[in-house]
Design a protein around this ligand. Structure first.
Ligand SMILES: [Zn+2]
Length: 375
């Protein structure tokens, strides 16, 4: 996939060329509703896309679903489009740009497979996180589902690097915070690999992209080798939060994120962070984080839904449920539950509870089972 990208103000201009392994009679795809398509061609022949539906995919901005036909089969399509981008954690500013799957800025959910290795032109003045620059073009592998593209103007980019992490940011006010965050990251990794998960870290060099001041709220997320956040943490609590929760997802993941089962990913990641706080005597941070969850929890519905959908607040609800377990059975039980989850082949609540019972944690499994249905 080749893409020529340029930016003006808050707008994105893209010319995307997609090649298919075999010729196809038609192509359908989705694209952010805020983007206008100005031209489509199939094997150089101009075509008129039709809009089939408008909807909001889970977690994403509103999209239009298009279909393109050309009268005969084609093996290559070129789509030109431009406009403002919406969606969680999507922003275009002069110095920092973040586009991701939630903003559906590239054609996706395509009816036919195409490789997602991007060659990006038009971004010579920028640094593309996790990209490779050959002197004129950026090369970038967009994941199967993801299409994060995080770009800093080269003249503004600041980097703090450690053995396992590079932190990128574009605002001098974050110098100290980035340095501090790097040290927290290394300490967190030490705790996770030596004590909690007792597994070597094989995730490769981590890159943390900080969006401040382009974005000032919105939280953080983790992908392979990448943490995307607002700031590296302006105080210790924030630095622990972003590093320890997001890094825990290296191990704490695999349950279906689109269903209520996502409580498993989020609760085990959050509690990995809380266990780190306990181990390193950061009890004030532990207490403050628990207090925040306790306060928010009553406003959310039960974790387990009748139709399997993902209710709001599973992260908080699950953390409070584990807190109940912690108060009754102690930190070792929480560690065991997390390790059991990490070791499961099929990451479901049913399997977790069964394995906990098999390992002599029946009472704890009972508390969890009951708590999942409670408001
Ligand atoms: Zn998380």
């Amino acid at each position: 996939m080749n893409i020529a990208l340029h930016f003006e103000g808050e707008k994105l201009f893209a010319e995307t060329e997609i090649s298919f392994d075999e010729n196809v009679p038609e192509l359908s795809f989705i694209l952010n509703s805020g983007l206008e398509i100005s031209g489509v061609s199939c094997d150089e022949k101009s075509a008129e896309p039709t809009i089939e539906t408008v909807y909001e995919p889970l977690f994403c901005a509103e999209v239009k679903k298009y279909s393109v036909k050309c009268g005969s089969d084609f093996g290559r399509v070129k789509i030109c489009y431009s406009g403002k981008i919406s969606g969680w954690h999507n922003i275009i500013t002069d110095d920092i740009i973040e586009l991701n799957r939630y903003g559906v800025w590239l054609p996706c959910e395509m009816s036919c497979e195409a490789e997602r290795f991007l060659t990006v032109s038009g971004c010579e003045d920028y640094f593309l996180v996790k990209g490779e620059f050959d002197g004129s073009l950026w090369h970038y592998s967009a994941g199967e589902w993801d299409m994060n593209i995080i770009i800093y103007r080269k003249s503004k980019l600041q980097t703090v690097s450690g053995k396992y992490i590079s932190i990128y940011y574009a605002d001098n006010s974050l110098n100290e915070a980035a340095d501090f965050s790097k040290n927290i990251f290394e300490d967190v990794l030490d705790y996770y690999t030596k004590e909690l998960f007792r597994k070597e870290y094989s995730g490769g060099h981590m890159e943390m992209a900080c969006l401040y001041p382009a974005l000032t709220s919105g939280g953080a997320y983790k992908r392979d080798g990448l943490i995307v956040c607002i700031s590296p943490g302006t105080d210790e609590k924030e630095a622990v939060g972003v590093n320890a929760h997001e890094m825990a997802h290296t191990w704490c993941s695999g349950a279906d994120v689109g269903s209520w089962e996502d409580w498993l990913n989020e609760t085990t990641a959050e509690w990995s962070m809380l266990l780190y706080c306990l181990d390193r005597n950061k009890t004030e941070i532990f207490d403050a984080m628990i207090a925040e969850h306790m306060e928010k929890s009553p406003g959310f519905p039960p974790i387990k839904t009748a139709d399997g959908s993902r209710p709001e607040g599973v992260h908080t609800k699950g953390t409070v449920l584990f807190y109940k377990l912690y108060k009754t059975f102690g930190a070792e039980t929480i560690k065991s539950a997390i390790r059991i989850f990490v070791g499961l082949e099929a990451k479901t609540t049913e399997k977790l509870l069964a394995e906990m019972r098999a390992q002599g944690l029946s009472e704890s499994a009972g508390v969890l089972e009951k708590g999942l249905a409670q408001k």
